[in-house]
Ligand binder design. Structure first.
Ligand SMILES: NC(=O)c1ccc[n+]([C@@H]2O[C@H](COP(=O)([O-])OP(=O)(O)OC[C@H]3O[C@@H](n4cnc5c(N)ncnc54)[C@H](O)[C@@H]3O)[C@@H](O)[C@H]2O)c1
Ligand SMILES: O=c1ccn([C@@H]2O[C@H](COP(=O)(O)OP(=O)(O)O[C@H]3O[C@H](CO)[C@@H](O)[C@H](O)[C@H]3O)[C@@H](O)[C@H]2O)c(=O)[nH]1
Length: 449
């Protein structure tokens, strides 16, 4: 009996992680920190090479420290069979991107098929951690049964992940809740053992059926995206009225029914989650005869917010062609090198089409950005934030990295041809702006000193 085996090991489990991306690797190092033995697999040999040398393939604060600290409890392999042979519980953490407007579940299907080929009749719990449309667990179950070669003994559970990039380790170690969707007590018991250190700390542990767990993830992400689009529309109105949206958001946020989080107006949400998860949730609803028009509007507003920002640059500079434009921030949010669906991609693409000369700087995301926009005649990458400002007609701020928050305005003024700042993330207070600058932001009046 599996439960006896776990007790014998003093609550230490052998955990398998399939896919060592942002979620898989964070999960792996945190489970190792709990004391579990963890084996991870990935298809990407480059990632594995780095991981085997105890190096993280991604930038995520605290991740490499935990990797070092727990390296002896972590193993890395390219073979899913080894993971299945090793583990009591196997987490599927592969990507679920979008293809032609639909969630592409081929990585989940492939992982399930590969697990199936190695299953034997000793019990395994297979857990979906990837974000998937409701009832995907049924397909995972079916795939495990169809492709397994012998008599097998397993359960499938859903355990959606709520970490944010840029604070993945802190979020994983201090989650607001743990959601587990299970079909029986045995699966629940194993998940309780895995998360014991967090449950002991008092983290809410909600047990549901798998379909409910799957829906909770999409409903949560879509709600947060809606909140961002809501404040962006309020911002657009505030801008017309000369009212400051940051104060409006502050005033709203004191009401605990509203809350002060996720009310930062700007150029809208990006990343590998909100855009695709909102679209998937709309699709799921549509397939069940529900027109989720609220989310359609959320998405429309988000796209328009990027366009409005480009129009703002045009309104300030009149003509963008041949203008020298410095850009601070390329990642979709601070604290990460991830640029998936970052607003910067649309903004850089449009400005370079219009013939602007762009000088880009980001503390962590430039290498990833170069893969989409290689250095060229009119796109240059700079080693620091001030280098990007040389002879600039304007500075655009697209990500609110800490290092952009207290700049040397004097130095900036000397470097720039025109001291114009167009801030897509509202990182400065209006009264902070120094003499000589023109400052434009989102949902606030323009400042010309
Ligand atoms: N990134 C986030 O902040 C976040 C947070 C919560 C949930 N999620 C969800 O978690 C899932 C993973 O997201 P991510 O950002 O970590 O993705 P990712 O693309 O960074 O990582 C996925 C990894 O899986 C590997 N992989 C694919 N097929 C495999 C297979 N058959 N065997 C072994 N490895 C395989 C890939 O090579 C890749 O390294 C997605 O469903 C996403 O929506 C992401
Ligand atoms: O007030 C805000 C808050 C966020 N954003 C933008 O929204 C996007 C997403 O930010 P954030 O949610 O902090 O990062 P993610 O890593 O995408 O995390 C989201 O997506 C993950 C993947 O599903 C979930 O696990 C997390 O709970 C959920 O917050 C970024 O472009 C932010 O700039 C705003 O524009 N205004």
């Amino acid at each position: 009996m599996c439960v006896d085996v776990f007790s014998l090991r003093g609550g230490i489990l052998k955990i398998g992680i399939i896919g060592t991306g942002y979620v898989g690797l964070t999960t792996a190092v945190c489970f190792a920190e709990f004391g579990h033995e963890v084996m991870c697999s990935d298809k990407d040999e480059k990632k594995l090479k780095l991981l085997k040398k105890c190096k993280s393939p991604i930038y995520e604060p605290k991740l490499e420290n935990l990797l070092h600290k727990n390296f002896e409890r972590l193993k890395f392999t390219s073979k899913n069979k080894e993971v299945v042979d090793f583990a009591d519980a196997i987490f599927i953490c592969v990507g679920t991107p979008e293809k032609n407007g639909k969630p592409d579940l081929s990585q989940v299907e492939e992982a399930a098929r590969e697990i199936a080929l190695s299953l034997k009749n000793d019990y395994k719990l297979i857990i979906e951690k990837s974000t998937v449309p409701v009832n995907t667990y049924q397909w995972v179950k079916k795939t495990l049964k169809r492709y397994s070669k012998s008599s097998i003994n397993f359960d499938v559970a859903s355990n959606p992940e709520f970490l944010r990039e840029g604070s993945a380790i802190d979020d994983f170690m201090n989650p607001d809740r743990i959601i587990v969707g299970v079909e029986n007590k045995k699966a629940e018991k194993i998940l309780r053992k895995i998360y014991k250190p967090l449950i002991k700390k008092g983290v809410p542990f909600l047990v549901t059926d798998p379909a409910t767990a799957e829906i909770i993830k999409h409903a949560s992400n879509s709600f947060l995206a809606m909140k961002i689009s809501y404040i962006n529309m309020v911002a657009n109105l505030c801008e017309k009225l000369g009212v400051d949206v940051t104060t409006v958001a502050k005033g709203m946020g004191y009401d605990p029914r509203i809350g002060d989080k996720f009310l930062n107006a700007g150029i809208g949400y990006g990343g590998s989650c909100f855009p695709k998860d909102v679209r998937t949730f709309i699709k799921i609803a549509e397939e069940h005869g529900i027109n989720f028009s609220l989310l359609r509007e959320t998405e429309k507003i988000n796209k328009a917010q990027r366009k409005r920002f480009i129009e703002k640059v045009e309104n300030v500079l009149w003509i963008n062609k041949n203008k020298n434009i410095a850009i601070w921030g390329l990642s979709f949010k601070p604290g990460t090198d991830d640029i998936r669906d970052a607003p910067s991609i649309d903004i850089v693409s449009e400005l370079s089409k219009q013939g602007a000369n762009l000088r880009l700087y980001d503390p962590k995301a430039m290498e990833n950005f170069k893969k989409i926009f290689p250095e060229s005649e009119n796109i240059k990458y700079c080693n620091d934030k001030y280098e990007a400002l040389k002879n600039a007609d304007a500075l655009l701020i697209l990500t609110e990295w800490d290092e952009f928050k207290n700049p040397n305005f004097n130095k900036m003024k000397k470097l720039m041809r025109l001291p114009i700042i167009i801030d897509g993330r509202n990182i400065y207070e209006l009264d902070e702006i120094e003499e000589g600058f023109e400052y434009y932001s989102v949902g606030r009046r323009a400042v010309k000193k």
